[in-house]
Design a protein around this ligand. Structure first.
Ligand code: G4P
Length: 291
């Protein structure tokens, strides 16, 4: 992908340092870290410093929005994370699908040794504490609401109340630490930033919307050509450029402006909206690196 017209994504070094400190300080209070990522782009939607920040704590990765991701690719990602020392499961926090296996996976896999050790020491049923981390928009609130439902105090919604860390009770002996700090995405890796922009996790305006849609169309042409032919009923030329694809879609949808020109901006908005809402099918934007 070309990076010529990328704008720098703004993030604040002060906030980053504060979040880093918060995670470091609270890590000693928990037994494991739950990391939530977007199943369509599991590496691009991770915080770049997560491994070093969580310093060898047992980890479980939740591949969220699996309803929007390619099932085959999600399985490859699950294998990838498991090979790299973390438990991983696919979940859909919008419908709740897959969440039933979350706590059993924590207790029988991620923290199996610790729980057995505690039991040997006579601490049967001792509380298990988890920290939840994830960059914005991956579905952290949806997850907590699904797991804790109405039990969760909505502190952040009350005006004038400073959002502090909260323990959310998940079952009789499991608590989840919801941290107030915002984790930054992989904004220095421009390809990762573009994938996050495709999903809508970071603002569209890192690139103009037409460039973004054209890059997505080229990726889909190369990886999921059927999703484009089925949705837009366009002829697919293997050599077609992003602009040609965008124009073909605009034309098919009758998106014209005065003078008979195609309204590529409207077409771009449509393509991105339809990708984000799953209308183009279940699509994944990156595969695990070859090992
Ligand atoms: P955050 O706390 O990590 O920032 O994310 P949040 O839960 O607010 O979720 C961000 C968006 O992603 C929300 O959509 C939410 O509904 C959606 N979402 C979360 N989990 C899933 C999932 O597993 N599948 C799908 N398809 N979507 C998911 P929104 O458009 O901001 O709001 P709304 O559609 O809920 O109104």
């Amino acid at each position: 992908m070309e990076n010529t017209d990328m704008k720098q994504i703004q993030w604040f070094p002060g906030h980053m340092a504060k979040t880093r400190r918060l995670i470091g300080a609270n890590l000693k209070l928990v037994d494991a870290v739950t990391e939530i990522v977007d199943a369509r782009a599991p590496l691009s939607s991770r915080n770049p410093e997560m491994n070093s920040m969580t310093r060898g704590k047992p980890r479980i990765v939740l591949l969220n929005k699996c309803d929007l991701a390619d099932e085959r690719a999600t399985q490859l990602w699950i294998n990838y994370f498991r090979k790299n020392g973390a438990e991983a499961i696919a979940v859909d926090c919008k419908s709740g699908k897959g969440l039933k296996s979350f706590l059993p996976a924590v207790k029988t896999k991620v923290l199996k040794e610790l729980i057995e050790k505690r039991e040997r020491g006579g601490m049967v049923g001792a509380s298990v504490r988890l920290m939840i981390v994830g960059i914005p928009n991956v579905g952290k609130s949806s997850l907590i609401n699904r797991l804790a439902g109405s039990k969760r105090a909505k502190v952040e919604d009350r005006p004038g109340v400073t959002r502090t860390k909260q323990w959310v009770k998940l079952d009789s002996n499991t608590e989840l630490l919801d941290m107030p700090g915002v984790l930054w995405p992989k904004f220095e890796d421009q390809e990762a930033a573009i994938r996050l922009a495709f999903t809508g996790a970071i603002s569209d305006d890192i690139l103009d919307i037409e460039t973004l849609a054209m890059k997505l169309l080229v990726y889909l042409k190369e990886n999921y050509p059927q999703s484009l032919t089925e949705r837009y009923k366009i002829e697919m030329d293997a050599e077609a450029s992003g602009l040609e694809l965008l124009e073909a879609i605009g034309k098919k949808r009758g998106m014209m402006i005065a003078g008979g020109e195609i309204n590529t901006e409207r077409a771009a908005i449509t393509v991105l909206d339809e990708f984000r809402s799953g209308k183009l099918g279940r699509l994944t934007l990156e595969l695990p690196p070859k090992e």
